[in-house]
Design a protein around this ligand. Structure first.
Ligand SMILES: [Zn+2]
Length: 406
């Protein structure tokens, strides 16, 4: 072959493959659009209520990860809004007060203020009903078991107000459950998992039909909850420890055990939970210890405390290496490999995290994840399971256990 004809052949081959790539990418565009439209994407952990409670308008909140136009753009079908109760409310016994304020902002500032966009959902059927009406299903999950102030009566009140999951702990060990957040702190009195009251609370959640959420708990608390609970457990916003070493993430053994009983791990997007590089970039700043010390040191000087915490946040921001969309996919892939497609969900933690992955910067970017999963070989039905099918199945099982108990 003469050189010129070799060049022609090469050129034709390149053009042909470019054409194929263009057709492929068009095909994937169409698939992304179809899935965005038809899947009921359920994000099981979103912290925007921590901002709406102080006046942020979810109708338009450009400084946050979440607002209505971007939820629509992202094709989000249902959101578990977090009624997050900071551990500081334990001091002086203000946890229940704070919980009620947070539940109110979800009703008053989100669902009622924007009733054309949101519909309160209490069951799996409600989520599907909202989707059929073109509305975003709004659900309520309590973050921090101290919210019940050790009383099953408050737990029942919260259920009546529409709460459908509760994390047994936040970063603080409470009177009946150990947290992963302070498990290494020798100054804290730990229980080796759940106390007898803690086990009663899990059983009462089963009886009511409130999901038992094991995100944030210590490993032993997880195993105690798994053994005690008749219904499957949810990890509303947790990732994999084998991929990124954080005590907040679940070990392979925990994920497999969770899945065996029908539970779902909803992947958390926080940079430091999904990328070792990101986690290592701020590890030597000892942020949580320093923040804890500052809160003790300036407990009676809120202005100074805020200034010091802002300075610490600045240090964090300067050092933080961001995770990427591929890191989220790696965690999803890991769960699929060890526990199967039926164990995976999405719990972004948007507006509760100080760093979101590049490519999944806010709630509008979910179609990027859809594309990445399709390119990785996930089928439409796989993606629909991850995006909500598995969560609906889990919710229905929790509802069934409640219906069969008295
Ligand atoms: Zn959390």
């Amino acid at each position: 072959m003469r050189e010129s004809s070799i060049l022609v052949t090469i050129a034709i081959t390149i053009l042909a493959s470019l054409g194929a790539a263009a057709i492929d990418s068009k095909k994937i565009d169409a698939e992304v659009a179809a899935i965005t439209k038809s899947a009921i994407l359920i994000d099981t952990h979103n912290d925007i209520p921590s901002f709406t409670v102080d006046g942020t308008d979810i109708g338009n909140a450009p400084k946050n990860h979440t607002d209505i136009p971007r939820l629509r753009q992202g094709g989000v079908g249902a959101v578990f809004f977090a009624a997050y109760v900071d551990a500081k409310y334990v001091n002086g016994n203000h946890s229940a007060n704070r919980t009620l304020q947070m539940i109110d902002t979800i009703y008053h500032d989100i669902i009622q203020r924007y009733s054309n966009d949101f519909m309160l959902a209490l069951t799996a059927d409600d989520i599907e009903r909202a989707h059929r009406k073109g509305k975003i299903a709004a659900l309520i999950g309590i973050e921090g078991g101290h919210a019940i102030e050790d009383s099953p009566r408050l737990l029942r009140d919260y259920y009546r107000l529409g709460v459908r999951y509760m994390t047994l702990t936040h970063v603080n060990t409470n009177n009946w459950a150990d947290s992963s957040g302070d498990i290494d702190d020798a100054n804290i009195a730990h229980h080796k998992g759940l106390t007898p009251l803690g086990k009663d609370i899990v059983r009462e959640m089963n009886r009511l039909g409130m999901m038992v959420d094991i995100s944030h708990v210590a490993d032993k608390t997880f195993y105690d909850a798994l053994e005690t609970s008749e219904a499957p457990l949810i990890a509303s916003h947790s990732s994999c420890r084998a991929v990124t070493n954080a005590p907040r993430n679940m070990t392979d053994d925990m994920i497999v055990a969770l899945a065996k009983k029908g539970g779902v791990i909803q992947i958390n997007f926080y940079c430091n939970f999904i990328s070792q590089k990101a986690a290592d970039s701020v590890a030597n700043l000892h942020l949580s210890e320093r923040s804890r010390d500052l809160q003790k040191q300036y407990a009676n000087d809120p202005a100074k405390l805020k200034a010091e915490l802002d300075a610490l946040a600045g240090e964090e921001k300067r050092a933080q290496v961001r995770a990427t969309l591929d890191d989220v996919v790696a965690h999803i892939d890991h769960v699929r490999q060890i526990a199967g497609i039926d164990a995976i969900g999405i719990g972004s933690d948007f507006d509760g995290i100080t760093c979101a992955p590049v490519g999944l910067d806010d709630v509008s970017k979910f179609p990027n994840l859809t594309r990445a999963l399709l390119e990785k070989g996930y089928s439409e039905s796989d993606i629909k399971k991850i995006y909500g099918g598995n969560t609906l199945r889990l919710m229905r099982q929790v509802e069934k256990v409640a219906a069969s108990s008295h």
